[in-house]
Write a protein that binds this ligand. Structure first.
Ligand code: GLP
Length: 237
């Protein structure tokens, strides 16, 4: 296991640390393919990238997941999120997000091919309160590649704040699988706030189990976990 934990004072410092990793990846390590995540956690990091001089115009981005049934131009689609958070200010040469309107077999197989042809150098991750990464909910096979998932009630409830009502939250998503994520050369997982403390504890110090999808990261050889003090509070020295 080669798992580095950075305990930042707060979200701002943690986002700054994540930004520095992205910056070094571009400027020092010649990274070409970036695995990107949605959610509120990486928003400040994206803002720092938008404000920076970094240039991604010859880079490739591959996002983790997308809601099934939301067209790319839907205000809550992850296509749209990425457009607003990053791509409008920092365009990539090619940007991939799963096609939420695509038919299952076609959409997932096409995505696996994209990942295979463009091995991810740095993968950014957030984490769900139940330990999910991407949309890989507890119980997901560690050998999974891109697939369709039924979202858990916990995830639907956590995401309903973005929709008019809970009925509008999509019930399914296409997500890169655990095996797809583990192929990345480097993984950076960010988590801020007390509601992530249990998931972070289980990820870092719990058993490696499909019940906590992020716990597989203990088996990866280049992982940096960036947390604030609240999200770190259950980690034992
Ligand atoms: C969603 C996304 C995940 C994200 C998680 C946490 O379910 N699919 O990629 O990590 O939510 O979101 P947040 O960062 O808003 O807490």
């Amino acid at each position: 296991m080669n798992l580095e934990i950075i305990i930042a004072k707060n979200r701002q410092e943690g986002s700054q640390a994540a930004f520095e990793i992205m910056k070094d990846a571009v400027e020092k390590h010649g990274a070409n393919v970036f695995g990107l995540a949605t959610g509120s956690t990486p928003e400040r990091m994206y803002e720092l990238i938008r404000e920076s001089e970094l240039d991604f115009s010859d880079k490739i981005s591959i996002n983790l997941d997308e809601y099934v049934g939301l067209p790319a131009d839907h205000s809550q689609s992850y296509h749209q999120f990425m457009e607003e958070q990053l791509f409008s200010a920092k365009p990539f040469k090619e940007s991939y997000v799963p096609d939420g309107m695509g038919e299952e077999k076609e959409a997932t197989e096409a995505y696996d091919r994209i990942i295979e042809e463009n091995p991810i150098d740095v993968q950014i991750l957030g984490i769900g309160t139940n330990g999910h990464i991407g949309f890989n909910e507890p119980g997901t096979d560690f050998n999974s590649t891109t697939h369709k998932v039924e979202l858990t009630q916990e995830t639907i409830d956590a995401n309903k704040r973005f929709f008019d009502s809970v009925e509008d939250v999509p019930t399914h998503a296409y997500t890169m699988g655990i095996a797809s994520i583990m192929q990345a050369k480097k993984i950076v997982l960010m988590a801020f706030g007390e509601n992530k403390a249990e998931a972070i504890y289980q990820t870092v110090q719990g058993p490696v189990t499909e019940q906590v999808p992020a716990s597989i990261l203990q088996k990866h050889d280049n992982v940096t976990i960036i947390v604030d003090e609240e999200a770190a509070k259950l980690i034992k020295a």
